[in-house]
Design a protein around this ligand. Structure first.
Ligand code: MN
Length: 328
């Protein structure tokens, strides 16, 4: 067999395997395989690669069918890189009433607002807490200027959050913690350092960071959506920009029922579709300080929501604001 014959035969075998397994093999990999197979014929991998290119390139034989030719060409292009594996988390049927709290931003949390929300959730017999993002502030990993007098309080942020999650599990039984944009600050920080300090690989998982004995806390990635019956639960940062009419804008983006936080304001928007179905969007207030250094004047408000789910997935959202000691 000539070098061209070998290259053609082996490449065709790779193409067949790639097509039947819905994958691909680069010409580079095939060349390395050919060189290993026939070191006596091919000087090096580069030599083998030259022949793979001859039999597959514009000078090579073309298949009669354009579809088949294109499939064969794609079988020799490396696979795309998949960065995210999007998968909604479906809340198990057994949970019927959720206290939804977002934007606690520990340790910039508002103690009164937080205690009020939890107390109300218990009085309403919630069997589930959904922490809808930004439980941790991770001030220490902020890219903005940090005040050392504030920074020192964040050495114990980990302990605060661990104890807080344990408190919630003790009172409600089940906690689902969906990460927001702040909750991933630490893992992004570690990722940035990873090129310089490979030993720290594996330290990123927040499950380990806030684990307590007997924890059944479910942690949901920041890019995944929670489905509580027919209601989608998202933090809010998953959509780029939401303007002033946050609930309205997120409804237009979601085109489905959605509850979110991130914007620190209580808003409701319900619209009827052309087919007569109603879709709603609710945004919950925050449970953190209303006057942070980086944004001392704002239109934020404290709040939370109670979501009651029926067996068919229909639901009722009770979107509450906290003003002082009053709940509206
Ligand atoms: Mn946020």
């Amino acid at each position: 067999m000539t070098k061209t014959d070998i290259a053609r035969k082996v490449t065709q075998e790779f193409i067949n395997t790639a097509i039947s397994n819905n994958t691909s093999y680069s010409k580079h990999k095939i060349a390395a395989y050919i060189h290993d197979l026939h070191p006596e014929k091919f000087n090096d991998k580069e030599d083998a690669r030259k022949y793979v290119r001859i039999v597959t390139g514009s000078m090579g034989r073309k298949l009669a069918s354009q579809d088949k030719q294109l499939a064969a060409d794609f079988a020799l292009l490396e696979q795309p890189v998949q960065e995210l594996d999007l998968k909604p988390f479906i809340v198990p049927k057994q949970y019927k009433k959720a206290l939804v709290m977002s934007d606690i931003h520990s340790r910039f949390h508002d103690r009164n607002a937080l205690e009020t929300a939890i107390n109300y959730g218990l009085k309403r017999d919630c069997d589930l807490v959904i922490i809808n993002g930004d439980l941790l502030d991770f001030y220490q990993f902020s890219k903005f200027d940090k005040n050392p007098n504030i920074l020192k309080y964040f050495y114990s942020e980990r302990e605060w959050v661990t104890d807080f999650l344990e408190l919630l599990q003790k009172h409600f039984g089940k906690v689902i913690f969906k990460k927001g944009n702040h909750d991933i600050r630490r893992e992004l920080h570690i990722q940035r350092k990873l090129n310089d300090v490979p030993e720290i690989d594996g330290l990123t998982d927040i499950r380990d960071y806030v684990f307590f004995d007997g924890s059944t806390v479910e942690v949901i990635e920041d890019y995944n959506i929670i489905e509580f019956g027919k209601l989608n639960v998202m933090h809010g940062h998953e959509y780029y920009g939401s303007g002033v009419h946050v609930a309205y804008n997120r409804l237009n983006k979601a085109m489905d029922n959605v509850i979110s936080g991130h914007s620190h304001v209580t808003q409701n928007s319900i619209k009827k579709s052309i087919s007569g179905k109603f879709y709603g969007s609710w945004t919950t207030g925050c449970l953190c300080s209303l006057s942070p250094r980086y944004n001392p004047q704002n239109n934020w408000n404290h709040g939370f929501a109670i979501v009651e789910k029926e067996p068919d997935g229909e639901f009722i959202v009770d979107n509450k604001q906290i003003i002082g000691n009053k709940i509206f």
